[in-house]
Design a protein around this ligand. Structure first.
Ligand code: HEM
Length: 134
């Protein structure tokens, strides 16, 4: 089974919806991003964004039908919203760190490897975009 997907399923078994923890971590690191979510008092937008990010991650580790198009287009949309590309790029790592913390002993070296491979692939994709814009 896809180990990224497996980590996600284990997180859901342990704590249900990881949305609050992911955004707590994001806002601890980038407090200036919190203001962008002022209207999202019920966390619906945050939950929807995280769900789509996770679908993108699963797609990118699997048959890559759309993540390589969606990520560049969201990068530009988010730049217009006020999210700098360098901050946008950190979100994937924030998800990984949250999952690692939630799973504790259940976070395996194989999962860690799968995630590192995924994050490196995404860094490449985003790096290529930055180079294309330069
Ligand atoms: C630190 C990085 C990020 C920040 C601060 C951020 C911020 C936001 C904000 C403020 C919104 C709400 C926009 C609105 O008011 O309509 C939003 C929506 C969204 N974001 Fe992000 N974003 C980040 C990273 C990402 C990444 C990496 C992806 C995926 C590739 C993504 C995908 C989306 C999607 C799909 C929505 C629309 C959700 C909906 O349908 O309501 N975001 N984001």
């Amino acid at each position: 089974m896809n180990l990224v997907l497996e980590s996600l399923e284990k997180v859901a078994e342990r704590i249900g919806d990881p949305t609050p923890l992911v955004y707590q971590r994001l806002f601890a690191r980038h407090p200036e991003m919190q203001v962008l979510f002022v209207r999202d008092s019920n966390d619906l937008v945050k939950g929807e964004m995280l769900a789509q990010v996770i679908e993108c991650l699963v797609d990118f580790t699997g048959d890559r039908r759309y993540a390589a198009n969606m990520i560049p287009s969201e990068l530009r949309n988010h730049e217009n919203l006020g999210v700098p590309p360098a901050v946008f790029a950190t979100f994937f790592g924030t998800v990984m760190e949250t999952f690692r913390e939630v799973l504790g002993d259940e976070w395996t070296p194989e999962m860690d490897n799968a995630w590192r491979h995924l994050l490196a692939g995404l860094d490449n994709l985003i790096g290529e975009l930055a180079a294309a814009h330069a």
